[in-house]
Design a protein around this ligand. Structure first.
Ligand code: KG4
Ligand code: ZN
Length: 356
């Protein structure tokens, strides 16, 4: 089954074609993908402007589909089904991809399905010939979510813990902003941290001894105070004071505190759920320090960590195509009515029915 995936929940227009018959090949079933980022469009406003995001998705969807089909050497008629992001996300942005996908599927006479963006992230590391088997604990870490989930199958999710305030990615983005680094902050902090000393500054590891929930607002305040009290951070806006080594040390210490907190909670979650496999997903799961620390710490408790290639960790059309395929393959489809959901708890998803 060849599924076209459409991702338009925020500021990336992502399209991809997944072919289940190629799942065993090196491309893991991913025939091709295109991604257009609106980062530059929103940069001057310091955050995503929802109306501008929707308009830009509309401008880009048709040319990106043409580009994707040319890349895959396919025509529209070769597509068997369409999966689009139905939520959670910006309502206007979601509607563009959903209406485009639903109408195209209607025109082509093929099924369509609305996909949960976070289920797309969660399943992305499972794309390929040898996915980690269920059950596993999933750490979902993106710009809007930080959740620990016990996954017993597709749609069988139990939230073990989540952030009571900011998401991990949001915290990376805010720390980056304070250091004068551009959005998205995560990759820029990680880059700066490469030459820094992770133990140069002591930052808090919040809520370590309180269950599996997270809280990052205290860490954000601690970084803010550190940058304010350290003129060499360059955060004062006075570049004459700025010292590259101090900046790198702050980035490394912050990243270390974030990773340390996430890793300790993952270990705790695995023990609590009595599971031995951890799947990490979402933009922050692209972080090399997080991946390496998890590899080391989980080996100590005879557990394993699984993740997607970096390009499939951040928002993309491939994860939507793949999650859509799994549900379509089990016989689920959406009718002609398009209803997008800006807020949508993952636990409301139906469990996957066995394939017929
Ligand atoms: O999953 P995603 O692309 O979008 C949402 O659904 O939110 O996640 C974006 C988030 C941003 O906050 C970005 O700073 C963070 O993921 N991120 C990273 C890295 N790459 C992206 N955070 C830490 N290290 C990275 N390498
Ligand atoms: Zn996302």
């Amino acid at each position: 089954m060849k599924v076209l995936g459409l991702e338009t929940s925020c500021d990336e227009t992502g399209l991809a074609i997944f072919d289940s018959e190629q799942i065993n090949s090196a491309n893991k079933g991913l025939v091709g993908q295109v991604l257009y980022s609106q980062i530059e469009l929103h940069a001057v406003y310091g955050g995503v402007v929802p109306e501008l995001a929707s308009r830009d998705h509309i401008r880009k969807l048709v040319p990106l589909l043409d580009e994707l089909l040319a890349q895959c050497d396919m025509s529209k008629n070769d597509i068997d089904a369409i999966a689009y992001t139905k939520g959670p996300g910006l309502i206007g942005a979601l509607m563009t991809g959903a209406l485009f996908g639903r109408s195209l599927a209607f025109g082509l006479g093929i099924p369509a399905i609305g996909v949960h963006h976070m289920e797309g992230h969660l399943l992305a590391p499972l794309m390929g010939a040898n996915p980690p088997p269920y059950p596993f604990v999933s750490l979902l870490v993106s710009g809007g979510h930080t959740q620990l989930i016990a996954a017993k199958g597709i749609g069988e999710y139990e939230i073990l813990g989540e952030s009571i305030d900011d998401a991990a990615g949001e915290c990376f983005d805010k720390a980056a902003k304070m250091l004068g680094l551009p959005y998205p902050g995560g990759p820029n902090i990680a880059k700066l941290a490469e030459t820094g000393n992770p133990n140069a500054y002591e930052l808090p590891r919040p809520m370590l001894h309180r269950g599996l929930d997270f809280s990052f607002s205290g860490m954000k305040t601690a970084v803010h105070n550190l940058i304010k009290d350290t003129p060499q951070s360059g955060g004062s806006g006075n570049s004459a004071d700025s010292d590259p080594q101090v900046r790198a040390d702050i980035a490394a210490s912050f990243q270390h505190a974030m990773v340390d907190t996430l890793v300790k909670k993952c270990v705790k979650a695995l023990k609590q759920a009595n599971m031995t496999r951890l799947v990490i997903a979402g933009g922050v799961s692209a972080n090399t320090h997080l991946r390496e620390t998890l590899e080391t710490e989980l080996t100590k408790i005879n557990a394993t960590v699984h993740y997607a290639p970096p390009a499939l960790c951040t928002d993309n059309g491939a994860m939507i195509a793949y999650a859509g395929f799994e549900r379509l393959n089990a016989g689920q489809t959406d009718d002609l009515a398009v209803s997008c959901v800006p807020r949508w708890p993952l636990t409301e998803l139906p469990a996957l029915l066995p394939a017929v």
